[in-house]
Ligand binder design. Sequence first.
Ligand code: ADP
Ligand code: MG
Length: 701
Amino acid sequence: MADLSIKTPIAYLKGIGPQKADVINKELQIFTIGDLLEYYPFRYIDRTEFHKIRKLHADMLGAQVLGRLTSLQEVGEKRARRLIGQFRDDTGSIELVWFQSITWLKKSLQVGTAYIAYGKPTEFNGQISITHPEMERYNSQEKKIGNLTMQPVYSSTEKLKKFNLDSKGIQKLQQAALETVYRDLYEPLPSYIVEEQQLLPYPQALLAIHFPQDVQTLQAAIRRLKFEELFFIQLRLLRNKQLNTQKYRGHRFDQVGDKFTTFFNDRLPFPLTNAQKRVVKEIRVDTNTGAQMNRLVQGDVGSGKTVVALMSMLLAIDNGFQACMMAPTEILAQQHFAGISALLGDDIARVKLLTGSTPAKERRIIHQQLEDGTLDILIGTHALIEDKVKFKQIGFVVIDEQHRFGVEQRAKLWRKNTIPPHMLVMTATPIPRTLAMTMYGDLDISVIDELPAGRKPIKTVHFFENQRLRVFGFMREEISKGRQVYVVFPLIKESEKMDLLYLEAGLENLQREFPLPEFKISIVHGKLSVKDKDFEMQRFVKGETQIMVATTVIEVGVNVPNASVMIIENSERFGLSQLHQLRGRVGRGAEQSFCILMSGNKLSKEGRTRLETMVRTSDGFEIAEVDLQLRGPGDISGTQQSGVLEMKIANLAADQAILTEARSRVIEIFKEDPSLTLEKNSLLVHYLAQRNPSISWDKIS
Ligand code: ADP
Ligand code: MG
């Protein structure tokens, strides 16, 4: 066995063999001994605390009892066959019940002996019992009770359990693995980092995480492994970012010219917020370095991202380049086109719109003008990325609502020039800082964290179903003042049929309360054709209808400044970021706006927290933070595809402090030693060489 290492397939480990190895490969994606050792317990049972039998109750998730087995009896037949033990301490007695492994248990358990029983107490007819308790012989001679104070629990699966690989079984494998390779484990972090961060050395940490001897060491082990994991993720991300900057030459925008200046001095109808100024400046600096820019701009709905994008595009034009801006929907593209054309007037730049519904003739003209350079700015939808769309000299690409686009679509824009254009991706879904540091760790991030002055905060209230009449009354009041109202229903694939019924019922209700000809209602949902959807939307945009009944299709970007009320039905069923996006549809005009969250009376704890958060704050970053705490990073929109979030031990919601520390440590290292040539960093070079540097811009931006 001498030459087993962490790279050896687990089949060679004592107690596994090919068949078990196969199941473990498939169920847990564990292939080597090293993989196995990185399969950490997901919790620990505190074995230091003992409960008296009299104090046991059915609400306990698990309890540990020290007592004596006073009898053991097999009862029932066939399927009802079970083994019942009486277990007693100085406060009372309970039944221990087993349905499986009866023969083996009868042989191994000894009546009259002291045991530690562990399991979940349940109650039946006022009697407490424990089914399938773990039994451990109590040895009063030993200083410690039991072999571990903290009993690790590994998650297992039904299939694994069939191969005796429950939590205990997995722990046995960990023991075998550690015994086999412990001496060969080496410290992957540079020693100066280990010292400075006061980290437990790797081999000890690994031992302690699987076989904790005391709580302090376990905690130190967890911290160390989390730090290491986050540190290496950041090392890869920042290394990648560095390589990208070196690899991709970018167009140099070295002058601020007429168009930018004219726009800024003469056309801009409002002063920029400080946040907007800062981001424009960041982009100017970035595009003048000679390296290709990849920047993510995060800014809440209404924070004024469009004008930042526009000024960046003007900068490109001033330097002899063309620019384009891609939006996820036709409606959004149209709005951007209308807004930008209005801001620019007809003399600053030549702008056109290209979408799926652009007529063929117009399309040909646009293609031609792009190629001969007559067009400066192209705004559009996916139609922009078609191969037929060729630019004379594209230098700047803006992608709005980037999470709506796939990786390949973005990459296509990237390839529209021999030297890739600068890329600015914008998102109105604020992402908590820690998440952004990891998801977009190799992009530059700008944050517009300030709303233009004079905006009236949206008033948000939560109403229950029985207050609906009040809501109708309020709608009537607002409509009589000339305002418009959104009513949004959930439409979720899994419950689509029910949802559609609910939407229909809600619509009928509204039509009764708000009858023609006085009131008109637009209806927009995903089942409509693009054309019908557009028609309905336009009626609302033009103010021909007062109420817009919709599913979440209106979530992205739609701008109707006259709409001042957002009513969200079944709001408890929406996620926080969706609620926040929906609320952002109102509050775009001068009037006081309102968001009314309707819900049933029964709310889950999480649902309640979501609604309370919405009522409490309109700060998108704060909301995103709560969302992260509630759901964990895996469910935050857009994270699934990124892969960098598949962590073995760290948790972005819980470990923000460690992440921040790890990232700033990596930044310092690159500052001191950009190409990692110092001897003390040789382990980092080694680490990077072993890893496929697969987190690339293409993959995650
Ligand atoms: P978003 O960040 O959601 O894309 P927009 O760019 O659509 O926001 O801007 C929302 C509205 O705010 C637009 O009507 C825009 O003209 C206006 N706006 C943008 N910046 C400012 C500013 N600095 N002062 C006042 N209004 C602004
Ligand atoms: Mg926008």
